[in-house]
Design a protein around this ligand. Structure first.
Ligand code: SF4
Length: 371
């Protein structure tokens, strides 16, 4: 049976994790300056913790038009962003007429095909690198998106089938069946896509289920070598969600999970925790993270809209006080394009090379709120 770290103190866990982090990543902590584009806020799933999704019967439910996508992209570009993150609900057209009709007006039957076209538009019209976070994907969907996105992502969240039962957060969410998400994780590896995944902490999973999820990610990475980063994200209570009364994970719980992740995962996998979901986020540095993920100088965090991004210069100062240097990276990590080209689609090689400096981080480093 795998080590579950139950008998380790938090201090023992974090000390081991920081040792691994320091040996592989040093005292550099990175972030990606990005603009978030919520292509559609409709989704066929109904996760109990989600505020992003809007029911099709509400006026807020929408699909962004190409003009709206381009306007957001240009605002991001003007503020020095390098990455454009497309985030969207999962396959709303399979469930709702409003999504099907909206897509038809845009000339598509499938959200993935519209997403592919919007990635191409961004590549043609701006200097940004698209990263798509479209949830579970079939083989042909990954094939469609790979040539137009530098990297892709899908939070595994959990491997607990128990959480799909009635009364649990993933009840009646076909895309949250662990086997479906694990299949997407594997497919992305088979197709050599630099891939971001992660865990959602505190939605009712047990400690052992978290450890199992980390081992599942590590196993997929050992098969394919494609996992570029793992996010450890804490559940956030919000008044308008089904889990409004569910307790949030404690800081100690987060620190222990981050440290366990650093110990279980291969050291070349970047470990990330979001800086806007805890006032004590600087403590995550002492549990083994080396990355803050995406921070936008333009758009809000659409997944957790009640939590502002930290000001980047302030974050840099806080990192420095903790003994770390904040550096900007691209959406795709250096090891996927340094001395190899099998993980980057041919059309993106020149752009990635032009945007990166010799160590693979962003050539242009922006610490200002606007650039
Ligand atoms: S968390 Fe994702 S999959 Fe779940 S309802 Fe929200 S958008 Fe859909």
């Amino acid at each position: 049976m795998a080590e579950t770290f139950r008998n380790w103190t938090t201090g023992e866990l974090t000390a081991r994790a920081c040792d691994i982090r320091d040996r592989h990543w040093g005292r550099t902590v990175t972030y990606s300056r990005k603009v978030f584009v919520p292509l559609t806020n409709m989704c066929r799933d109904t996760c109990g913790y989600c505020t992003f999704v809007k029911h099709p019967e509400t006026p807020e439910a929408n699909i962004l038009t190409p003009d709206e996508v381009l306007a957001m992209a240009r605002r991001g570009e003007a503020k020095g962003c390098k990455e454009l993150l497309f985030s969207l609900g999962e396959k709303p057209e399979l469930r709702y007429d409003k999504a099907r009709d909206g897509l038809r007006r845009l000339g598509h039957a499938r959200m993935t095909d519209y997403l592919r076209d919007m990635c191409r538009l961004v590549l043609d019209e701006t200097g940004l690198l698209p990263h798509v976070n479209a949830g579970t994907l079939a083989d042909d969907e990954i094939d469609a998106l790979r040539p137009v996105s530098a990297s892709m992502g899908m939070m595994l969240e959990t491997v607990s089938r128990r959480l799909t039962r009635k009364g649990q957060p993933h009840y009646a969410c076909p895309d949250k069946t662990p086997v479906q998400r694990l299949r997407t994780l594997d497919r992305a590896g088979q197709k050599q896509v630099p891939f971001t995944t992660g865990l959602l902490i505190g939605i009712g999973e047990t400690w052992d289920e978290r450890i199992d999820a980390l081992h599942a990610i590590e196993a997929a990475h050992r098969r394919h070598g494609h996992v570029q980063e793992v996010i450890v994200q804490n559940f956030q209570r919000k008044p308008d969600i089904a889990m409004a009364r569910h307790p949030e994970p404690t800081l100690d719980d987060m620190l222990r999970t981050i440290a366990a992740a650093r110990i279980i995962l291969s050291p070349e996998i970047s470990l990330q925790a979001p800086p806007n979901l805890s006032k004590r986020h600087i403590d995550y540095l002492n549990a083994g993270i080396n990355d803050w993920g995406g921070i936008s100088p333009v758009t809000i965090d659409f997944i957790n809209p009640q939590h502002d991004w930290p000001e980047i210069r302030q974050l840099s100062a806080s990192c420095a006080a903790a003994g770390f240097t904040l550096q900007e990276r691209l959406t795709v990590y250096p090891r996927f394009f340094a001395n190899r080209d099998d993980f980057i689609a041919p059309a993106l090689h020149i752009r990635v090379a032009a945007m990166s400096r010799p160590d693979g981080l962003a050539r242009e480093q922006c610490l200002e709120a606007g650039a």
